[in-house]
Design a protein around this ligand. Structure first.
Ligand code: URA
Length: 218
């Protein structure tokens, strides 16, 4: 049973939709009983103008802490840039109870459950997309969506009903998209993953520049 209108774009705890991800969740519950081990809810207000869409929770990051990007390397890069440009209040301390809050920004993931080896299948991304669609529909002031990486970009393109062939993924590329009577700006960045930083595909400075650009637009 696929929920067509999930409330506010949140996958329910114990979401049953993707058999492989359910099996992985159950294995993780046995192995890491102290972890969150559920679909990770988005962070930040639905009233925000800026939505960051990541890939999926990291096993020992968001899947452990229950807050997107919290507790893993990708989060350090993301939260540093957000705080630098006024999208955060307080000090990010890699814990969900660090009292760090987002300002005019919300963070979610294209796939809400942790996937094995950080790789959701295309089918899992498709199955999870109704949650993103509902979330975007529930953000009345939304102006800018930042996609982190190709899977996020593909999910956002499908959600906004635009063709990926005409909007190919590229770091720093952006488009204004008409969507249900409003205009939303979509911008891409390489994902803030440890791999991308260690291989120098992305630097903290490059990522800060993307967030700075978003700040200038809003
Ligand atoms: N943590 C998340 O919540 N999402 C990502 O894409 C990476 C890490």
């Amino acid at each position: 049973m696929i929920p067509t209108k999930p409330s506010f774009g949140q996958a329910p705890l114990d979401c049953p939709l993707c058999p492989r991800l359910v099996a992985f969740r159950e294995a993780n519950r046995a192995k890491y009983p102290g972890f969150f081990n559920n679909p990770v809810p988005s962070f930040g207000s639905l009233e925000a103008e800026f939505l960051v869409v990541g890939l999926a929770p990291g096993l020992k990051g968001a899947n452990q802490t229950g807050r997107p990007f919290t507790g893993d390397y990708a989060g350090k890069v993301l939260y540093e840039a957000l705080a630098l440009h006024g999208f955060g209040k307080g000090t990010y301390q890699e814990r969900p109870d660090d009292e760090f809050t987002l300002v005019n920004c919300r963070i979610t993931n294209a796939v809400r459950c942790v996937p094995p080896e950080n790789k959701p299948t295309p089918e899992e991304a498709m199955t999870c997309r109704p949650f993103l669609e509902a979330e975007i529909a529930a953000m009345p002031k939304l102006k800018v969506i930042l996609s982190l990486g190709l899977t996020s970009h593909a999910a956002v393109c499908k959600t906004l009903s635009i063709r990926q062939s005409q909007h190919p993924f590229g770091h720093g590329k952006w488009w204004d998209v008409s969507y249900k009577g409003r205009t939303v700006r979509l911008i891409d960045s390489y994902h803030s993953s440890r791999y991308n930083i260690q291989t120098n595909r992305l630097t903290q400075g490059m990522f800060n520049d993307i967030i700075k650009q978003v700040k200038a637009w809003l």
